[in-house]
Design a protein around this ligand. Structure first.
Ligand code: SF4
Length: 398
């Protein structure tokens, strides 16, 4: 099935795991003969495959991964930390990335040519990354040029984007950012000593862009406009493009976007004195209602440093919140919303896929390899290197 919302920017929409779409992170079949999920020997098989591979494999586990997978990770972290961890392990020819597609791409970009990056399930994409497609973004840039603002606009993309969007930013004089350093990236974009821009096109997460601009740079909501690839003229007038400072791509995380101001009010009523701690991918109304806002690493550190007996409602992916609760039994740690909210694509990496990927490597077969072409990798690396040159950062609000 193909849905074309905007004739100039066709967007294939495939069901996860059905069919093959080489231009999309979604809808890619897993070609392997997976072990049955009911196989009682899966844990032992994963251990045996790991032991057989020894130092030849380095397994990375994102914080949002299932416990059954994370137990086999050599290191855990957020997407950027993991990509850097992979780059710091040049002796491992195989990098098995338990995360989603854009993360494996970043690992391939940052590791050596002799290293091969494996994503155990190719259908582990990211709905946010899929919301900004290169064709759409190129059309939007043409829209900015028609309004006479492209020359003064710096493209900044969140780490959670495909390699070709990172490369677009690299070619266009922009950079990548994470949720930890989005403020530094915007400072750099607007500074005469940096990119010297008057406006930023922020991709693909409108919420991180808006929250950073308003909470950290002191802009008003009126300084922001939303660029909607599914509306004629991207949903903005020339005048709006000329007067706005932040041009926010209409993308969001399907997990963090679910939290609402009502979720915050509800948990405060249920747990008196609770501290509300959320990720900046949440909506603006949620971060303004919360007590603490910051990246995944910030959330983990904040909970770890909290006094025994304190209560925390955490607005991020459920696998991580459950793990935090198990690791800190001396504190009350609850999920911010009453409804269950796993990241569906993160959860696609399960033990059968990990066992299949590891056992294939033992047999000398590299399955589900993620390769970024040289030109895209070069320009994405340019944008990543600009980010690496930024000073570090942590909390958005505390
Ligand atoms: S949690 Fe959100 S941003 Fe992260 S992989 Fe899932 S959909 Fe993408």
């Amino acid at each position: 099935m193909t849905v074309t919302d905007n004739p100039s920017t066709p967007v294939p929409l495939l069901l996860l795991g059905r069919g093959a779409d080489p231009t999309s992170e979604r809808g890619v079949e897993c070609p392997g003969d997976l072990p049955a999920a009911s196989d009682p020997d899966l844990v032992e098989r994963a251990r045996a495959a790991r032991a057989a591979l020894g130092e030849r494999v380095f397994v990375l586990g994102h914080h949002y991964q299932r416990d059954e997978v994370i137990q086999f990770a050599d290191v855990t972290g957020d997407s950027f930390k993991l990509a850097r961890d992979a780059a710091a392990r040049p002796t491992a020819p195989y990098i098995v990335f338990c995360g989603v597609h854009f993360m494996a791409e970043s690992a391939d970009i940052l590791t050596g040519d002799h290293q091969q990056v494996v994503l155990p399930d190719l259908a582990a994409g990211c709905s946010m990354a899929d919301m900004a497609r290169l064709l759409q973004v190129e059309d939007a840039w043409a829209r900015l040029a028609a309004a006479g603002v492209a020359d003064v606009t710096v493209p900044i993309t969140y780490m959670n984007s495909s390699a070709d969007i990172k490369a677009f930013c690299g070619r266009g004089g922009g950079a990548v950012c994470t949720s930890s350093n989005a403020r530094q990236a915007l400072d750099w974009a607007f500074s005469p000593e940096g990119a010297g821009g008057q406006k930023v096109l922020f991709l693909p997460d409108q919420h991180l862009g808006r929250n950073t601009a308003v909470l950290q740079l002191g802009m008003s909501l009126d300084d922001c406009v939303v660029i909607d690839p599914h509306k004629p003229d991207f949903g903005v007038t020339d005048q709006e493009l000329r007067s706005a400072t932040m041009l926010l791509w209409k993308g969001h995380c399907s997990v963090h976007g679910r939290f609402s101001a009502d979720s915050v009010a509800d948990v405060r009523a249920r747990i008196p004195g609770v501290n509300v701690l959320v990720h900046p991918e949440c909506k603006h109304e949620v971060v303004t209602a919360a007590d603490y806002v910051g990246s995944t690493e910030y959330i983990i550190k904040t909970v770890a440093a909290a006094p025994a007996g304190s209560a925390w409602a955490v607005g991020t992916e459920l696998n991580l919140v459950k793990r935090l609760a198990a690791e800190h039994p001396d504190k009350t740690i609850v999920f911010l919303d009453r409804t269950v909210c796993f990241c569906a694509t993160m959860n696609r990496i399960d033990l059968p896929h990990l066992v299949w990927a590891l056992e294939s490597l033992v047999e000398g077969r590299v399955v589900n390899r993620i390769v970024v072409d040289d030109d895209t990798a070069h320009w994405a690396r340019v944008a990543l290197d600009r980010m690496l040159a930024l000073p570090g950062g942590g909390a958005v609000k505390n």
